[in-house]
Design a protein around this ligand. Sequence first.
Ligand SMILES: NC(=O)c1ccc[n+]([C@@H]2O[C@H](COP(=O)([O-])OP(=O)(O)OC[C@H]3O[C@@H](n4cnc5c(N)ncnc54)[C@H](O)[C@@H]3O)[C@@H](O)[C@H]2O)c1
Ligand SMILES: [Zn+2]
Ligand SMILES: [Zn+2]
Length: 392
Amino acid sequence: MRALCWHGKGDVRVDTVPDPKIKHPRDAIIRITACAICGSDLHLLDGYQPTMEKGDILGHENMGEVIEVGSEVTNLSIGDRVVIPFTISCGECWFCQKGMFSACDRTNPNAEMASKAMGHSPAGLFGFSHMLGGYSGGQAEYLRVPMADVGPIKIPDSVTDEQALFLSDIFPTGYMAAENAQIEDGDTVAIWGCGPVGQFAIRSALMMGAGRVIAIDEVPERLAMAEAGGAETIDFSKADDVYDELMARTNKRGPDSCIDAVGCEASGHGAADAVLDKVKAATFLATDRVHVIREAIMSCRKGGTISIPGVYVGMGDKIPLGAAMNKGLTFKMGQTHVQAYTRPLLAMIEAGEIDPSFVVTHPASLEDAPEMYKKFRDKEDGVIKVVLRPDG
Ligand SMILES: NC(=O)c1ccc[n+]([C@@H]2O[C@H](COP(=O)([O-])OP(=O)(O)OC[C@H]3O[C@@H](n4cnc5c(N)ncnc54)[C@H](O)[C@@H]3O)[C@@H](O)[C@H]2O)c1
Ligand SMILES: [Zn+2]
Ligand SMILES: [Zn+2]
């Protein structure tokens, strides 16, 4: 089959590789009809995520048609149209039973490696390094889905691929980010990053009762999409100081909640701390660029909440913990518990409360993927979200 493979920093290619096969009775094989490139894939492209190997197949936002099932997969039939959560979860362990699917204790065969780095191992993820399971991703013609009796959900014909696909990741991620922000009616929520995750966080925060959402980015078309979704915006490349701007707009109190939908590759636009982060990351003195976390801690109102959907991979430096502690902030974060959200969010799509396809700017074929990765990374050509069709 054809598949998008990682070959090193900045180097992804579409190669011909062996088709996946059922390896376990709980597996299913899916023929991918649509898959997407995520901001998390950029951390792999840019070489931030450790334990990638040449030839690894990327892609964790996947949907398609079931073409084969293992003997223990009784909930799916050949021909079903399904969306697949990016988190691989057993559904039975202590964490899955509590709905913490991204903390599943049983799906990372390389748990020891992850435990060394993090104290404990999170769930295995599709297409996301060997430390997180070494599972092949779905930017390919076919995908092996482990725990297929738990993850995939069937999609009714009335919902299109573009409407359903983001149930695999970014819609639940933006939604959980807004839940984690502990929004009360009328609250002001500041959201850093107007990429796809930020866009879903904006809309979710407003659906949860936020009075105002202030979205921060520097890319004009992303700011415009944020405004179309109901947010006020700050262009951080033009504002003298994001903190000052947020204080001016909130009567000096600061936002009630702050969401970091940027993650470890934050750009600082010349801010001294951000320049230092870049140098440290480049010289392996730190892995994560935490400029946005610093800004969020300083800006958040006393007793407020910081929600972090943005991915961090290792060590961040100079996080103002004293400010966070003395202001009494709450932090909530994590890889999304996707399986907990797929069904309720599908119901919202079916009820017409949200149409996730608004975020798609670039439909493309799988063969275009390497070019699309670079355009998405460099924010060229107005790219906000790329959807790849292996059969298109
Ligand atoms: N928690 C999860 O389960 C989960 C799931 C999906 C994605 N993610 C993470 O969410 C983050 C966003 O994903 P995405 O697909 O939207 O990525 P993206 O790269 O398209 O968006 C990031 C946006 O942040 C903006 N940005 C950079 N520096 C900034 C700054 N200093 N202030 C404000 N904005 C800034 C960029 O211009 C860009 O528009 C990534 O870190 C991704 O890995 C997490
Ligand atoms: Zn993702
Ligand atoms: Zn589990």
